[in-house]
Design a protein around this ligand. Structure first.
Ligand SMILES: Cc1cc2nc3c(=O)[nH]c(=O)nc-3n(C[C@H](O)[C@H](O)[C@H](O)COP(=O)(O)O)c2cc1C
Length: 166
């Protein structure tokens, strides 16, 4: 096994980012309704938090141009991407086309929903917490949905599929 190297964590540390990249995550698109239309945000900071009450969390950067919309949104939906949906990632990062030319529907709260993602959590904002240069947004899950398929996995700056051991 290769030896672990200890590197001091400084401001904007590449080493810190690289070490964090060893933690594999899924990829989500968090959607909200705004006065300017539907909005989506590619995020991998999603995590499950509580079963009772049902809570999930994610964290947008305060530096994001879309931050104010997400911090104040009362309702939102977190879409978990399937392995067959990597094309959605680039749509919802900075400069991406967003919902342009894409079909979607809206839930009872008016939140835009992307059809056919691997899973979806429709949320109501429950709490926010300070998180340095990010804001931790905790949502209470009102509804969830799931389809058959494997998740898209993000690790070490790359996307891939999920290969179970057995
Ligand atoms: C795989 C992936 C995961 C990301 N996860 C987050 C995240 O959890 N929080 C965040 O603030 N930005 C995240 N980003 C970056 C945002 O999607 C977005 O590009 C960034 O906020 C800047 O865009 P904006 O200023 O137009 O909002 C992620 C990007 C990628 C490609």
């Amino acid at each position: 096994m290769p030896e672990t190297t200890f590197i001091p964590v400084g401001k904007q540390s590449r080493a810190f980012r690289d070490a964090l990249g060893c933690f594999a995550t899924g990829v989500t698109i968090v959607t909200i309704a705004t006065d300017h239309g539907p909005m989506g945000f590619t995020a991998n900071s999603f995590a499950s938090l509580s079963m009772d009450p049902p809570l999930v969390l994610w964290s947008p950067a305060k530096s994001s141009a879309r931050f104010a919309h997400y911090a104040s949104a009362r309702h939102y939906a977190v879409h978990i991407l399937g392995q067959d949906q990597p094309d959605l990632i680039a749509r919802f990062i900075r400069g991406g086309p967003g919902f342009e030319g894409m079909s979607y529907h809206r839930n009872a709260e008016g939140v835009p929903l992307i059809p056919n993602t691997l899973a979806r959590f429709e949320c109501e904002q429950h709490a926010t917490h300070e998180g340095g240069d990010h804001l931790i947004i905790v949502g209470r899950v009102l509804r969830c949905a799931q389809r058959e398929g494997a998740p898209l996995v993000f690790a070490m700056g790359q996307y891939g599929g999920f290969a179970p051991e057995s």
